[in-house]
Design a protein around this ligand. Structure first.
Ligand code: HEM
Ligand code: HEM
Length: 175
């Protein structure tokens, strides 16, 4: 077995695009737009929809991962680092899911579903700083960004320094 299942491959790259997009748009755009800005409602609508889609796809991907055969773990020549890599992949799943869950918790506590999707006409709170899951969402964004940077560096190290064609495992072709 040389490659991950094509569904897992498709979901990996789609999710990579969506999660990195969500982090950039959330951190650079959404968080810097005051709640009084008329554009904020649209921004929140996009962010909340994308975030919920990410949650559904990530859970779906975890299921596909358990239900399909996958190639043996890549060997980096050090037992401890090999174990670390396995753990890091679970951390990626866990942090993305926690990120989306904390986002949903902010939305629930601030009554955002009625305001953003229900058209209740109610004003947004002045900001979200008094809502506990908002702090968690911010910290998780940093943890997730650092984990992704580590993940990308590790993938590049495999591909170009160990020359083990790691990327082909997460791509389409005969399995
Ligand atoms: C939000 C972004 C990302 C997440 C959450 C993520 C998550 C994961 C996870 C969990 C795995 C392990 C396989 C699995 O369980 O499905 C994996 C494998 C992989 N990822 Fe990512 N990934 C992301 C972005 C990227 C990016 C940007 C690259 C490349 C620059 C990349 C390259 C790879 C490669 C090459 C593998 C295969 C590793 C192996 O064969 O063991 N990933 N990714
Ligand atoms: C994995 C998915 C998600 C990612 C990557 C993500 C990313 C982010 C980031 C980076 C920020 C700014 C954090 C900061 O600068 O401190 C943010 C803020 C926020 N996110 Fe998410 N988010 C996700 C899912 C969700 C979901 C599902 C919801 C709600 C249904 C949500 C609601 C919010 C809200 C309300 C804010 C606060 C905006 C503000 O302070 O004005 N997020 N998100």
């Amino acid at each position: 077995m040389k490659r991950y299942h094509p569904v897992l491959v498709s979901l990996h790259w789609l999710l990579a695009f969506l999660v990195i997009g969500g982090l950039l748009a959330g951190g650079l755009g959404l968080a810097n737009t005051p709640n009084t800005d008329p554009f904020k409602l649209f921004s929140l609508k996009m962010h909340m929809s994308m975030g919920t889609l990410i949650l559904a796809l990530m859970v779906g991907r975890l299921l596909v991962r358990f239900l399909t055969k996958k190639p043996p773990h890549a060997d980096i020549g050090n037992a401890l680092l090999n174990k670390g890599a396995i753990a890091a992949h679970y951390v990626l799943y866990a942090v993305v899911i926690a990120m989306a869950a904390s986002g949903l918790a902010i939305a629930k506590e601030a009554g955002l579903f009625a305001i953003v999707f229900g058209g209740s006409g109610e004003a947004l709170p002045v900001d979200f700083s008094h809502i506990a899951p908002r702090a968690a969402h911010g910290v998780l964004a940093i943890v997730l960004s650092l984990t992704i940077i580590g993940h990308v560096l590790a993938a590049l190290y495999h591909q170009y320094i160990r020359n083990d064609s790691l990327f082909s495992r997460m791509w389409f072709g005969g399995r």
